[in-house]
Design a protein around this ligand. Structure first.
Ligand SMILES: [Zn+2]
Length: 187
C-alpha cells in the first residue's frame, strides 16, 4: 500500500497514546479508542429517551454507506443489537443532550485491549445536530480517529485535510482521503 496520508490521526499516535477507558454513561472524560476489528455493526436507538428521529436515522445510514463502507471497514446496520458477550454491537447511536458546548460525544463501555473497544456509544444532540458531517465525525472517533492537535504531525483542528474530523464540523463534511488512508492502514 502506498501511504499517502497527510498525518497519522488514528490512535495511538506520537501525540496521543492514552489507553482506552470506560467513562460511564454520558462519556465525560472519554478517551478515543479503536473499534476491535474491521466488522463494524451499528444500531440506533429506536425507542425511549435516546431514540433517533426517522430523518436522523436516514442521515446516519446514508453517511455510513457513502463514507465508511468504501473503506476497509465492513459496516452493517442491525435492528437486534447485542449488549453483552463476545460480539457486542460495535456502535450504539443515541440522540440526547451532551454536556458543555459540544454537540456530540463518543465513549467506550467495554474496553478490549489497550487501545481497542468492543462497544462504543455515540450521542448527538437533537434539533438539527444529526448532520452528515457530525455523524461522520463521531463515527470517526469510534474507529479511533483523532482531532488535528492529537495527530502526528499535529495539524490545526480546522485543517481541511482532516475532513469531517475537523473539531468544528460543517454540515456536509466528508471522511476524505487522509482519514480513509488511516482507517485502511489500521484495519
Ligand atoms: Zn471530536
Amino acid at each position: 500500500m502506498t501511504w499517502a496520508a497527510t498525518t497519522d490521526n488514528l490512535t495511538p499516535t506520537n501525540n496521543y497514546s492514552y489507553a482506552c477507558n470506560e467513562p460511564g454513561d454520558g462519556g465525560v472524560g472519554a478517551r478515543v479508542c479503536r473499534t476491535d476489528n474491521a466488522q463494524v455493526s451499528y444500531y440506533a436507538d429506536s425507542a425511549g429517551d435516546n431514540q433517533l428521529e426517522a430523518g436522523d436515522f436516514d442521515t446516519l445510514v446514508n453517511m455510513m454507506s457513502a463514507e465508511y463502507q468504501p473503506t476497509d471497514l465492513s459496516v452493517s446496520v442491525t435492528f437486534s443489537p447485542s449488549f453483552s458477550g463476545s460480539s457486542e454491537t460495535d456502535i450504539i447511536y443515541q440522540e440526547q443532550g451532551v454536556p458543555g458546548s459540544n454537540e456530540g460525544i463518543t465513549w467506550c463501555n467495554d474496553a478490549a485491549g489497550t487501545f481497542e473497544c468492543d462497544q462504543q456509544y455515540v450521542r448527538i444532540e437533537g434539533a438539527g445536530s444529526y448532520t452528515p458531517g457530525l455523524t461522520c465525525h463521531e463515527t470517526g472517533h469510534a474507529v479511533g480517529l483523532l482531532h488535528g492537535q492529537n495527530a502526528s504531525p499535529a495539524l490545526g483542528n480546522q485543517n481541511s485535510a482532516l475532513g469531517c474530523m475537523k473539531k468544528e464540523t460543517s454540515y456536509g463534511d466528508r471522511l476524505g482521503a487522509n482519514n480513509k488512508e488511516n482507517i485502511n492502514g489500521a484495519y
